[in-house]
Design a protein around this ligand. Structure first.
Ligand code: NCD
Length: 309
């Protein structure tokens, strides 16, 4: 039987091509399950999963929780809205709690990059990174690629542009790694101030003209401006940002071809995309959300089957 090459999902950078293929094939099966009248399977009846969220989240938290429940796991939820969590102290407290509760798996969102790696070195539980600061968000990238595969048949050879606040985005980095692993061509597009200086070294194309980027791509993944991670002004005003990097229906209609629009959510309607784009038949934003449950079920199931051995 095939299995993942890793015991934790800490970032896409630790995965290989076969892992992604296995996750997608397993997700295909779970997608079929969650569309049945009885949406639950007993696979993880003896597994306990703790969801530790040290940062705000709506869909990622709900999606993980639903995925765990559909697999019949026991679920513990912990949320902390604090923004100034001191990494060492809080994580060690967390570790002690986890150890005493005999938890098998931890899903963690944390403001500090590397928090998942840190935890994986201190607990026996299997760790899933649900977003660590501006670093990685591996399950988001997996569900994004899964949605591209569903819409366009395959990811290999497709041209994907990631638009917006690349500098502060964990979705961008994980997507770049995942798409490249699968043989897609990746471009990033945004204001110069929101493009990391060395981004080209990751092997992506860099563009600051949105129209050119959209005319090049098959898929545009539109990112939210991460105001909560900004301590200085990166562009003169939201209005100017929208004029240069916002996608409107008029802009989409004026392109040479019909491209697919993605967004990890939450959307700031009228900033990175207008409502008529978000709600158009070119957008697969709600498919991404739906696929997120199946992809997370696959990741949890595959990691849990390694724990039992
Ligand atoms: C993203 C995140 O939290 O990194 N959202 C998500 O997980 N669905 C993107 C964002 O917050 O803009």
């Amino acid at each position: 039987m095939s299995e993942l090459s890793v015991n934790h999902l800490l970032g896409i950078k630790y995965l290989n091509k076969k892992d992604i293929k296995l996750i997608f094939e397993t997700a295909d099966h779970f997608k079929e399950v969650i569309n049945r009248p009885i949406k639950k399977v007993p696979s993880l009846r003896d597994i306990t999963i703790a969801n530790l969220f040290f940062e705000n989240s709506t869909r990622t938290k709900l999606s993980f929780e639903l995925a765990e429940k559909r697999l019949s796991a026991d679920v513990l939820n912990f949320s902390s809205a604090q923004s100034s969590v001191k990494k060492g102290e809080t994580l060690i407290d967390t570790v002690n709690n986890i150890l005493s509760m005999k938890v098998d798996m931890v899903v963690m969102r944390h403001p500090n990059p590397g928090a998942g790696v840190f935890l994986s070195k201190h607990v026996k539980a299997s760790i899933i990174n649900a977003g660590d600061g501006a670093h990685e968000h591996p399950t988001q990238a997996l569900l994004d690629s899964y949605s591209i595969r569903e819409k366009l048949g395959e990811v290999k050879g497709k041209k994907i542009v990631i638009v917006g606040d690349i500098l502060h985005s964990r979705v961008a980095l994980s997507n770049i790694f995942a798409l490249q692993l699968q043989g897609a061509e990746v471009m990033v597009c945004g204001p110069k101030t929101l493009l990391p200086k060395y981004i080209g070294k990751l092997g992506v194309k860099v563009e600051t003209d949105l129209r050119k980027a959209l005319n090049w791509c098959d898929v545009a993944n539109m990112l939210r401006v991460q105001n909560e991670r900004m301590d200085i002004s990166y562009f003169p005003s939201t209005r100017e940002y929208t004029q240069q990097f916002g996608v409107t229906k008029a802009l989409l209609n004026s392109l040479d071809k019909k491209i697919t629009i993605m967004h990890p959510g939450p959307i700031n309607r009228g900033v990175e995309i207008t409502s008529d784009v978000a709600d158009s038949d070119q957008a697969i934003i709600l498919d991404q959300v739906q696929n997120g449950v199946a992809v997370r079920m696959a990741v949890i199931y595959l990691l849990a089957s390694k724990i039992k051995q």
